[in-house]
Design a protein around this ligand. Structure first.
Ligand code: S3P
Length: 748
């Protein structure tokens, strides 16, 4: 068995936290000897009976003799007194830590005892875990599992001491975070101490009313939820409030001024602003749950979800409406925000990417209602109305948000920083930063290789430029044109191949003149946008997975309703048709300025391999992962060239698809700008093509969804890891795919 981490640990105090840590020490064999001192004889007796400690003492001096770890697990107020007692008896290289919920007061107590030269082994700590009950019996070995433990190493703390404590807490399955003392106390003041203070105070307010019995009797869930924490130990909270007085008072002041704001909005019946405030708060709450909670995992490249697809799908059928178009959803928020007047959006994609854009504009002071069932109302603030966000803007997985916003933010009066998740952090941002700099923007890509974070210094006067786009990118085109809205004179771009033109179309819908002459697009700066209604069509990029699924499955019959068929997006239809798919575009109509149609695909004939025409590449740029699955099922070879852009999408889609295809028994060769795939299909033969296997999606939603469709023609089980990003563009994917007939299971 491995050497224990410690020779002898002495707990001073053995309540819930101390006794839980003692349980971990026993279970994980972290210390050869465990002793404790507490004031209560009964606690010591109980701890001995429970087998938690070898020896118990009433005097802490006796407990710390020869201990190489001393844990102060007592109320923070007692710290100074205990330290004074034990100081002369501490071993030379002792590690001294505590578990108190304020840290400034603990450090002050230590300085009062040790003077400015604090022991190298002194590292304050704070496990953020608790339970309804207290005392040695309430302790649990898993109290800290999946909880955070904050260590606040001081300049005097030695790395060996910090590292050992990290090891100790990680053995308790806690997530250890290091931060400085002031930060800890400030964070805790806002996230824990202020809410407790508010809960106690609200209950107190109601308890003082004459009709308090009625009020409590009729109190509904809201009161119960809000006041739950007011049932905590008053002594403990008294101590914490006083121990963290400075940071807590600052938080209380902040609360008072925020309360005054909402009070005034209600008094003045300022409905828009009130909705804005409530909507912003609600969104921020959801944002924490959905995105920020996931962030540490994604940043560490950890995987939080996987799909398992079982062989044996019999059919792939049905009529489906896939969610709203991602590109159009982003732009509806961006343009609605800077327009004058109100914009109503329907069919909005409630996926994480578009929600990141929505959150960004809320953070910049725009009142936005929804989304609710795809409806969003944006109260535009006009061209000069955006406000500085309080902190960095988190763009999640979304390259579109970051590149388009780079253009808009470069023209604002305030500074800004944009960050993103593990995938976005690897994506090239110089392609947009460079032309914006030519326009006079002060923009930096502060990542290692021209990658995010992107940092922008505001208040620059931009001037219009002409830019020859070196790559076919609608995001770069759009970012430049958007900066051009605020720039002096004309801004124009020429694209090497036509790319999606949603920016141009939607700017026109908002009343802004945009000229398209061949491949040259231009606009004059200094105009304004007027709020309008935007109907977002279903996303052809999401529909593409179902189109491919149907095209490779015998007797399938799938109709995708009201799909956007903007000609700059229909490459997938053209390519599938050239491969021989039985595909018809029906019921073509115009909705909200964009052409839409129902697309019906039947699995009636085996696809054949083709050389994909290069002019179709930008028009199907997001659909290639799905098309590669179709190519693997086709008869003969499919060759793709001129698609180097695929290497800089949410993942390197050429390499990641090639790796996955090879895992599943497909012969393919990635090239610099494309791929050659040897299709395994045979005319009239609908048997399995793929062997199954484990696929790494590299946080790329489209890789995950494409390999899911391979499950319609697999002989073995397919596991796809890292599928959490599917929620960025197609939150209902697994549900709809399951209804159509795919055997797909999700494991969180
Ligand atoms: C998009 C443009 C494309 C596309 C992306 C969305 C847009 O990116 O891949 O999913 O909304 O403008 P590029 O501009 O990098 O080609």
């Amino acid at each position: 068995m491995a050497q224990p981490l410690f020779e002898k640990v002495a707990f001073i105090g053995l309540g819930l936290i101390g006794s839980s840590l003692a349980r971990v020490m026993l279970a994980e064999n972290l210390s050869r000897h465990i002793v404790a001192s507490t004031r209560s004889e009964k606690t010591l007796q109980d701890a001995l009976e429970l087998g938690l400690i070898e020896q118990g003492f009433n005097n802490p001096v006796d407990a710390v003799q020869g201990a190489d770890l001393v844990v102060l697990a007592l109320p923070v107020q007692a710290t100074e007194k205990v330290l004074r007692l034990i100081q002369p008896h501490l071993a030379d290289n002792v590690i001294l830590t505590d578990v108190g919920s304020t840290k400034g007061s603990v450090v002050a107590a230590a300085k009062a005892v040790f003077g400015e030269h604090l022991p190298a082994g002194f590292v304050p700590g704070h496990p953020i875990a608790g339970a309804e009950h207290t005392g040695v019996h309430a302790g649990k070995v898993d109290l800290f599992a999946n909880h955070k433990v904050i260590l606040t190493p001081l300049p005097s703390s030695a790395p060996w001491a910090v590292n050992k404590l990290i090891q100790m807490w990680e053995s308790a399955k806690a997530e250890v975070i290091c931060m400085d003392v002031e930060k800890h106390d400030e964070v805790l003041a806002y996230t824990s101490h202020l809410p407790h203070l508010m809960a106690f105070n609200l209950v107190e307010q109601l308890a003082n009313r004459e009709d308090n019995l009625d009020i409590f009797r009729y109190a509904a869930g809201g009161f119960r939820d809000f006041s739950r924490i007011a049932a905590s130990d008053p002594q403990m909270w008294h101590d914490i409030f006083l121990a963290n007085k400075t940071a807590l008072l600052k938080a209380v002041d902040g609360f008072e001024s925020q309360l005054a704001i909402i009070r005034q909005l209600i008094e003045q019946e300022d409905s828009h602003a009130l909705m804005g405030l409530l909507g912003h708060a609600q969104a921020a709450r959801q944002h924490f749950n959905h995105m920020l909670a996931k962030k540490p995992f994604m940043e560490n490249n950890n995987v939080t979800q996987q799909f398992t697809i079982l062989p044996g799908a019999k059919t792939f059928q049905g009529k489906f409406t896939v969610p709203g178009d991602k590109s159009v959803s982003h732009r509806s928020i961006m343009f609605g925000a800077i327009a004058e007047g109100t914009t109503h959006v329907t069919g909005f994609l409630e996926g994480e990417d578009a929600l990141a854009t929505l959150q960004a504009f809320r953070d910049m002071g725009v009142s936005i209602e929804g989304p609710k069932n795809g409806e969003v109302t944006i109260y535009g603030v006009g061209m000069q109305g955006l406000k500085a966000p309080a902190g960095p803007i988190y763009m999640g997985n979304s390259g579109t948000s970051m590149r388009l916003l780079a253009g808009m933010l470069s023209a604002q009066q305030f500074d800004s920083v944009m960050t993103g998740d593990a995938s976005l952090t690897k994506r090239p941002m110089e392609r947009i930063a460079k032309p914006l700099r030519e326009m006079g923007a002060q923009i930096q890509t502060t990542g290692e290789r021209g990658t995010p974070p992107v940092s922008i210094t505001g208040a620059q006067a931009l001037k219009g430029i002409h830019y020859d786009l070196p790559m076919a990118s609608a995001q770069v085109k759009s970012g430049i044109l958007l900066a051009g809205l605020w720039a002096e004179g004309e801004t124009s771009v020429t694209e090497p191949e036509p790319t999606r033109d949603h920016t141009e179309r939607m700017l026109r819908a908002f009343g802004y003149e945009v000229k398209t002459e061949g491949n040259r697009i231009s606009l004059q700066g200094g105009g304004k946008l007027v709020g309008t209604d935007i109907q977002v069509p279903s996303d052809i990029s999401s529909a593409a997975f179902f189109m491919v699924g149907a095209a490779i499955t015998e007797n399938s019959d799938v109709t995708l309703e009201a799909v956007g068929i903007n000609p700059t997006r229909t490459g997938v239809i053209e390519i599938l048709k050239q491969m021989g798919a039985d595909l018809s575009v029906e019921n073509e109509r115009i909705a909200g300025g964009e052409p839409i149609a129902d697309i019906r695909i039947r699995g009636s004939r085996t696809l054949k391999g083709i050389h994909v025409p290069e002019d179709q590449v930008p028009l199907a740029i997001d659909e290639f992962p799905a098309l590669f699955i179709a190519a693997a099922c086709a008869e003969g070879q499919t060759v793709l060239t001129g698609a180097a852009e695929l290497r800089v999408k949410e993942s390197d889609r050429i390499q990641v698809m090639a790796d996955g295809l090879k895992t599943m028994g497909i012969d393919c060769t990635p090239t610099d700008d494309g791929i050659i795939i040897q299709g395994k299909g045979k005319a009239g033969d609908w048997s399995a093509i793929f062997t199954g296997g484990e696929i790494e999606s590299h946080h790329d939603h489209r890789i995950a969804m494409s390999f899911s469709m391979a499950g319609l023609r697999t002989s073995g089980e397919i596991k796809i890891v890292g599928t959490e990003t599917v929620a960025t563009s197609f939150p209902t994917f697994t549900e709809l795919a399951g209804v159509a007939g795919l055997n797909i299971q999700v494991t969180e």
